[in-house]
Ligand binder design. Sequence first.
Ligand code: GLU
Length: 475
Amino acid sequence: MTIRTRFAPSPTGFLHIGGARTALYNWAWTRRHGGVFLLRIEDTDRARSTAASEAAVVDGLRWLGMDWDERLSRQSERGDLHRAAIETLLARDRAYRCVCTPDEIGARKQQFVATGAKWTYDGRCAEANHGPACGPHTVRLRVSKTGRLDWQDLVFGPSGQDAREIGDMVIRRSDGSPLYHLAVVVDDVDMRITHVIRGADHLNNTPFQLALYRALDAPIPQFAHLPLIVGADGRKLSKRRDHVSVQHFREAGYLPEALCTWLVRIGWSHGDQEIFSLAEIRALFSLEATHRSPGHADPQKLDWINQTWIKRLPAERLAAELQPFLAAATDADAAAAAGSDPGLLGLIDLLRERSKTLAEMSERARFFALPDAALAYDPKAVQKHWKPALRTPLAALRDALVALTAWEPAAIEAAFEATLAQHEGLGRGPLAQAVRVAVTGSAASPGIYETLAVLGRERTLVRLERALAAWPAAS
Ligand code: GLU
């Protein structure tokens, strides 16, 4: 048997982290077992399902590193199949037409629940044999009133419900449109899905869907429901309070590796391993080790994971990821120029340890990407560190730097030492700070010798000249 799974998002404008995790578990598990993984867009809600919504899902999955097999399918294009399945169920008397209006049902339900019992449709039309010409009607599935609708969930274990608690649910609305459950089951049958892996919010839907499989005489897939995702505080994730879209995290400078690691660990573990590459996720992920209790989406944990990946990935890769962030912090030309400057890789190595996100890293790399003539000086830093008396030593340092034969941190340090030796009473700190403001515009940067080394001789000297020209005179 070839394993076939699917990720079936309802597009709502963005890829939710819960959906991304469902996709990741499906993808990893299917790839691990050599199966076929499908993407089906459940876009029957036409108002919300725009092309942009679908693109957000597709882009998000691709960015995270997932791929899918066969052609992407859309539920909205499969309406004929859904309608035909309903006709078949009617023809086999496994479904029937119901002419009860919502008002009538509402009134009967009110009386019924007053007795304290749980309402299901009371079966008034079940034996009425209404034909196609009965006027406005819905179609209901005949659900057994005895026995159980049980399944062995691959995560939650034995699960199910008494069939009589379900009732004859509607599968076609009075406007002729098929209900969601019908569409999902018919599509899963048609696509020969062997394993339905989805969020635990669908646990309650499964018994009725089992009844549908039975009525359709279709083989029943295995089900695996994934634990809910809650916030770090244990509360349900809320769109207003929490960041829930993959797009947000991408724009905030999180790496796809970090997001995948974070998501895979919300609901699954492998010993005490915390960091997983996509290849490891694909090799190790198992449904048996998936948890039942809700998983916490802790943003601080994500920061730590992201920083760990920033420390690990090759500088070339980070340079590529950094491009859009640098472009936003400067402009496209400056970012492109920085991208082709070999010094950028050295700068990334200096910034890795201190950056939680690419956005932070680009903020710190901004001085490097800016054209020398466009560097602005932080006025507070200028006031504090550009003392008039430092102008002469700074000019001497410039001369020492010009004379260097090798442009690397040790040689640069030696030029600083020589300048300090020439100027009695001059402290290492004040000189370094004066230079730092001159070449980066601010009082914070990695080690000054390393910073000058990655900036390069030419640019360093241009920036020192520019600073000397702007140096405050003694008042
Ligand atoms: N479209 C459903 C959702 O986005 C998923 C249905 C399923 O996986 O069975 O929640």
